[in-house]
Design a protein around this ligand. Structure first.
Ligand SMILES: [Zn+2]
Ligand SMILES: [Zn+2]
Length: 198
């Protein structure tokens, strides 16, 4: 009978210096330098890749959520939704509204919602008293005028509400105000609801 040193069917155990260790999960031979057989190693690698992918997705989702809930993002979102509300509320059935400082008529999508007290005053940044539709020229850069066409804006507000009302708005704008993310979120939801009523 020819001897078969490398055979596994040999009933006589072959003495080796380093006996081959079986796979950790089954009696099969280990694959390369791993502690698993090829089949189990493949499964293990597949699971490892899937876990890695899942962890990456979770990390991305957390990052996205964190970004969406950052005060900066929330402030921007609230700015945008109030602006939309102010312009849509002022527009007619065709979707057109007037610039309150020069009277030009434009689709609300082309108008701005201009602040009377500058918007870096957070106490009145999201205050509807402080916002009105304005054209780009009046809100941003009317030649020979301060940004916001402020003289005309004042005239408009006084004619609509009277000087004491305007004075109160200016005074309120001098207060300092911090917005928590929760407050910003609540306001966003409130305006989302208000928009539906238009
Ligand atoms: Zn195995
Ligand atoms: Zn204008």
């Amino acid at each position: 009978m020819p001897s078969n040193n490398g055979g596994t069917k040999n009933s006589q155990p072959i003495t080796r210096v380093k006996p081959i260790k079986p796979c950790k999960n089954c009696p099969k031979q280990r694959y390369a330098t791993t502690s698993l057989c090829y089949t189990h190693w493949r499964t293990h690698e597949r699971e490892k890749r899937a876990k890695k992918k899942e962890a990456l997705l979770q990390r991305k989702a957390r990052f996205k959520e964190k970004k969406a809930n950052s005060p900066k993002r929330l402030k921007k979102k609230l700015d945008d939704i109030i602006s939309l509300y102010v312009r849509r509320r002022a527009s007619d059935w065709r979707g057109n509204a007037l610039c309150i400082t020069c009277g030009v008529e434009k689709p609300y999508k082309e108008l701005h919602a201009g602040h009377y007290v500058p918007r870096d005053n957070y106490s009145v940044r999201y205050d509807l008293r402080n916002l009105a539709p304005q054209c780009f020229k009046c809100n941003m850069k009317l030649p020979g005028c301060k940004a916001g066409n402020i003289t005309q804006y004042t005239k408009y507000l006084v004619s609509q509400y009277g000087w004491p009302w305007v004075e109160k708005l200016i005074k309120d704008g001098e207060q300092s105000r911090q917005w928590t993310p929760e407050e910003l979120r609540q306001e966003i939801v409130r305006y989302q609801e208000l928009l539906k009523t238009l």
